[in-house]
Design a protein around this ligand. Structure first.
Ligand code: DHB
Length: 367
């Protein structure tokens, strides 16, 4: 008998360094998906190869090259930050290897290669609903504070555009991505006394931000905390304490999302990883694996152009709610929820209280 053919998936993630929580969450979710669905698709054995890029884009690119040339992967996935998704994009195009972006969220990423498809989100997609909620809820003056790179700039522009269009006033501040010291920026916020502070920091960094927010006394200043949900991500939210209570954010995933699919996902994730709670990175990884499995079923295990084409238009019920892959943009269409941090059974959660259904990336929708 012929040996069973193997389909290899190269999962490139920051497993060490300041963004290791993103890697840990995505790897755990990808392994959970395979544990639940098995490691055979279309009669072929699925092999997951996990590589640590340490959060350095040159390393991501080198690892992608090695996985393509030496391991002959059918698909690559992961990509924890925007620079880490952009660096290997030309390789995906040249080698015709689909790249599933499970984390990085700058709007333009999917335009870097026709072989890129995304199961995370885009910052404009998550942010425009925040601007609309703020304008409708008595917030008139906002200071934005964002990490100074792709997704932060996307968030700043999306919020400022949508909020000023509704008559709001905005002042923009940017903080370096690497080793951020928020205190000088928070002093400016304390002096400006806005109704709300809009914050974007990447997943995992919210805890540092929150600590400095308290140290500057902003928790007692009456300045409301708003933003896309990265700052109150489910991985670190519990450690923030009561200071986080009442923060309003907009995003595509909460561990508290009330659906049978999510209850099953959270329970299985916690059982497999006893000291973790899944965040939006985990759901991006879990859904990314689902998209790969569904694509391979359609192509009978083939990668390349056939696989990326098969992924376009796929729809399913995710733990986050109903989703589909936009066949034109290869971005994910999904609900965005408005949430408030509350204590539920002794734990802090982003409790969803409103839904904006089937949101596309607004940047590409406007083109
Ligand atoms: C990106 C990284 C994050 O951790 C996040 O929460 C959002 C966006 C990024 O680099 O694209």
């Amino acid at each position: 008998a012929l040996a069973q053919e193997t389909v290899k998936i190269g999962l490139i993630l920051p497993m060490t360094g300041p963004f290791a929580s993103t890697g840990r969450q995505i790897e755990a979710a990808a392994r959970l998906y395979m544990q639940q669905q098995g490691d055979t698709v279309a009669g072929k054995k699925i092999q997951l190869i996990v590589k640590d890029d340490t959060g350095v884009a040159d390393v991501t690119k080198r690892l992608a090259q090695e996985l393509i040339v030496n391991d002959k992967i059918s698909v690559m996935a992961g990509f924890g930050l925007t620079p880490l998704a952009l660096a290997p994009a030309p390789l995906a195009t040249q080698a015709k290897v689909p790249a599933v972006v499970m984390a990085a969220a700058t709007a333009t990423i999917t335009e870097a290669s026709p072989f890129i498809v995304r199961t995370s989100f885009t910052l404009p997609q998550a942010t425009v609903p925040m601007a609309e909620w703020a304008a409708q809820n008595g917030i008139k003056k906002v200071v934005t504070l964002v990490s100074d790179y792709g997704p932060g700039i996307d968030a700043e522009k999306a919020f400022t555009g949508a909020f000023t269009a509704k008559g709001g006033q905005v002042e923009n501040l940017r903080v370096p991505l690497a080793n951020p010291d928020f205190s000088p920026f928070l002093q400016k916020v304390a002096d400006a006394k806005p109704d709300a502070l809009f914050v974007f920091v990447p997943s995992g960094i919210g805890a540092q931000f929150m600590k400095q927010f308290v140290e500057r006394g902003l928790d007692k200043s009456g300045v409301k905390l708003i933003g896309p949900g990265d700052v109150t991500d489910d991985d670190i939210l519990n450690g923030m304490g009561d200071v986080a209570l009442g923060a309003i954010t907009t995003q595509h995933y909460s561990a508290a999302h009330d659906s049978p699919e999510n209850k099953a996902f959270v329970e299985a994730f916690k059982k497999a990883n006893p000291n973790m709670r899944p965040n939006f990175m985990a759901v991006g990884g879990y859904d990314g694996m689902h998209l790969i499995y569904e694509g391979l079923k359609k192509t009978n295990g083939q990668g390349g152009q056939a696989l990326i084409d098969a992924m376009k238009g796929t729809s399913w019920t995710s733990p986050r709610g109903p989703v589909s892959i936009d066949p034109q943009t290869r971005d994910i269409i999904q609900n965005i929820y408005v949430r408030k941090v509350e204590r539920v059974n002794g734990e802090l959660y982003n409790v969803e209280f409103a839904t904006i259904p089937n949101v596309k990336d607004p940047v590409k929708a406007a083109k």
